[in-house]
Design a protein. Structure first.
Length: 250
C-alpha cells in the first residue's frame, strides 16, 4: 500500500510541476521561463525538480505530450465509434481537431513559436514522429473500414495511413510557418487556401477517397489562426499567480 501511495504522490507532484510550467509559459513565454521560476512558484528545491525532469526542454516535451493525450482523448472516440462510416469518421476527426486547436489558440501559440524555433528542430521531429505513429495506426483502422464499405480504395491500407500522416505533417509545417509570420495578412489567405486545397487533394488520392469528400481545415478555422496575433500577454504582478483560461488544458 505504501508503494501505491508513493506512486500517486509522484504523479501528483509531476502534475504540479507541469501545471506551474503551463502557467509560466502562458504568462511570460517559454524562452524567458527558467527552472528557477518553476521552483519559486512551487517552493521546490532543485534536487526535487530534477527527480522528475532533467531539463526545461523535458518539461516542454511533457507539456506537449499531455496536450497530445488530451486531444487524443477527444478524437480517438470518433475513430473508434462503430456506428460511424469511415468517411464520416475522417471528416469529424478533422472538424473536431480544428475546433480543439482553435479553442486553445492563445495557449497553443507560445508552444508553436517555441517548437518551430531553430533550436527545437530535433524536439519537434521527435514529438511529430510519436504523434504521427499513433495517428497512422488509428487512421489505418479507419482506412480498412472504408475499403470494406467501398468508400475508400487503396491496396496498401497500412502504408496509406502512414503516407496520409506525412501529408498532414507537411501541411502543419507549412501552416505553422505562415501563422508565425509577423506580417501575415488577409491578402495571404487565397494563397494559403490553395496550398491547403492541394494537400487535401493529395490526401484524397492517397486514401482513394472521392474528390471533394474531405475537408482538412474549415475556412473559419483557417481564418481564426491567421488573424493578427496579439503581443505576448503581460507578465503577472510579482507575488500573484497568473492563471490561464479555465478551458485550456495543455
Amino acid at each position: 500500500m505504501a508503494r501505491v501511495i508513493n506512486e500517486q504522490d509522484n504523479a501528483a507532484r509531476r502534475r504540479d510541476i507541469l501545471d506551474a510550467a503551463q502557467r509560466l509559459v502562458f504568462s511570460k513565454g517559454y524562452e524567458p521561463m527558467t527552472i528557477q521560476d518553476i521552483l519559486d512558484a512551487l517552493g521546490m528545491s532543485k534536487g526535487a525538480f530534477y527527480h522528475y525532469f532533467d531539463s526545461k526542454a523535458a518539461v516542454l516535451e511533457a507539456l506537449i505530450a499531455r496536450m497530445r493525450d488530451d486531444a487524443m482523448g477527444v478524437l480517438k472516440p470518433l475513430l473508434d465509434d462503430p456506428a460511424l462510416p469511415a468517411l464520416d469518421k475522417i471528416r469529424r476527426f478533422f472538424a473536431a481537431s480544428g475546433r480543439w486547436k482553435t479553442d486553445r489558440r492563445d495557449a497553443l501559440l507560445p508552444l508553436v513559436r517555441t517548437l518551430y524555433s531553430d533550436d527545437n528542430f530535433v524536439l519537434r521531429q521527435k514529438l511529430s514522429a510519436r504523434t504521427s505513429a499513433l495517428s497512422a495506426q488509428l487512421l489505418g483502422d479507419v482506412i480498412r473500414q472504408g475499403i470494406r464499405e467501398g468508400t475508400l480504395n487503396t491496396p496498401f491500407p497500412d502504408q496509406a495511413g502512414e503516407i496520409a500522416m506525412n501529408v498532414l505533417v507537411d501541411l502543419s509545417e507549412m501552416l505553422a510557418g505562415e501563422i508565425l509570420k509577423p506580417d501575415v495578412a488577409a491578402a495571404d489567405l487565397p494563397r494559403i487556401e490553395a496550398r491547403v486545397a492541394a494537400h487535401t487533394d493529395a490526401l484524397e488520392r492517397v486514401l482513394g477517397a472521392p474528390a471533394g469528400s474531405l475537408l482538412i481545415i474549415e475556412p473559419a478555422t483557417l481564418r481564426a489562426w491567421l488573424a493578427p496575433q496579439a503581443g505576448p500577454p503581460p507578465q503577472a504582478p510579482r507575488g500573484r499567480r497568473s492563471e490561464p483560461p479555465k478551458e485550456v488544458n495543455l
